[in-house]
Ligand binder design. Structure first.
Ligand SMILES: Cc1cc2nc3c(=O)[nH]c(=O)nc-3n(C[C@H](O)[C@H](O)[C@H](O)COP(=O)(O)O)c2cc1C
Length: 330
């Protein structure tokens, strides 16, 4: 075992990778506090960055923070660090989502490190994808990646797929007329231009993708029905490849596990040349979430609906500066 110690530079680089994770409306609801002396890093939720109407129970918040934790694990493994994470270690402090200990600087890299090139390459793509099938071997690898994190990933077909598409469309129509959901969208979207990081959070207009004009791909319209100048309208795929990520239980720690599984699947998908987006609308309405379950088993709680396919990559979106998200103590 090496005597390698954790430095400010290493921690900053690791957290920088963590914060490229997806989060609902790009709210980035996380904070990191590092205690250099004990090589410990705390991942905390940031209640100021909740999206209250869309995510009243904080489920999506935990998913985003779980995704950030996965990126941290991948970046640490890439650098040769061994990382141990305890989820929700303090029952009296629900904002402390994970305590992470970087225990040793190993000689070999851990397997998760192979996903590292995808950490900065993965972006949400709200463009139409090709109708091309995703090979069975790739789908099984993605399902295995989810399983390794304690979640299940299935690719619905037939009437289950139809059900998922219809529930998502129903949720999308409700969202357009729901006052609270529209307020969330207004707060977390802005007319940013690429690489102008003055607005460090939220979804900029350049990332909305074109308006859907035909096709069955379930898309969230971040414009909320309003016109955005210069935004094209186009047909999306008729046979979307959707993947449902589920966990057996539905507690905050399951949401954190689901977030890690989601990001692991997305990173692997990116390495396999797939683009990805999310369709979480139906999960935000309790009566629409339940019928999404796998009809073969009828069990499990769906945590995320991913849309995968071959198509254009999405653009990079802003992230908050490190000084806003990371405190380092001696
Ligand atoms: C829990 C969760 C729910 C999300 N829901 C949607 C969604 O319904 N539609 C969508 O297009 N993007 C969705 N996203 C993606 C975020 O909008 C996206 O991650 C964020 O804008 C940052 O962009 P990036 O993924 O390109 O880094 C979701 C992300 C998370 C973590």
């Amino acid at each position: 075992m090496s005597t390698h110690t954790l430095t400010r530079e290493t921690v900053t680089a690791l957290v920088h990778n963590a914060t490229t994770a997806p989060s609902v409306h790009n709210a980035q609801p996380w904070r990191f506090r590092c205690f250099l002396g004990t090589s410990t890093l705390h991942l905390r939720s940031d209640p100021q960055r909740a999206v209250p109407h869309t995510d009243p129970h904080g489920r999506a918040l935990h998913l985003g923070c779980g995704a950030a934790l996965m990126n941290l694990r991948v970046a640490a493994a890439h650098e040769g660090w061994h990382l141990e994470a305890r989820l929700l270690p303090d029952p009296w402090d629900s904002e402390l989502l994970a305590a992470v200990r970087l225990t040793a600087f190993g000689s070999g890299k851990e397997a998760l490190g192979a996903l590292y090139p995808a950490v900065r390459r993965r972006h949400t793509s709200r463009y139409p994808f090709e109708e091309t099938e995703i090979p069975e071997a790739v789908r099984s690898e993605l399902a295995e990646a989810a399983r390794d994190e304690g979640a299940a990933l299935i690719f619905p077909t037939g009437w289950h797929l139809q059900e998922v598409v219809e529930r998502t469309q129903e949720a999308e129509s409700r969202n357009v007329t729901d006052r609270g959901i529209s307020e969330d969208l207004k707060q977390w979207t802005h007319g940013g231009v690429p690489f102008d990081h003055t607005a460090a959070a939220g979804v900029p207009e350049y990332a909305f993708g074109p308006r859907r004009l035909g096709g069955r791909a379930p898309m969230r319209d971040f414009a909320g029905g309003r016109a955005v100048s210069g935004r094209a309208a186009t047909a999306f795929e008729h046979h979307p490849h959707l993947a449902l990520l589920s966990t057996a239980l539905d507690r905050p720690e399951d949401w954190l596990r689901a977030g890690q599984a989601m990001e692991r699947v997305l990173l692997l998908a990116t390495l396999k040349g797939l683009s990805s987006s999310f369709a979480a609308q139906a999960l935000e309405w309790p009566d629409l979430r339940r019928p999404l379950r796998d009809p073969a088993t009828g069990s499990g709680h769906v945590q995320m609906i991913l849309r995968l396919g071959y198509g254009p990559p999405g653009p990079a979106t802003p992230r908050r500066p490190m000084g806003d998200v990371l405190d380092i103590e001696p």
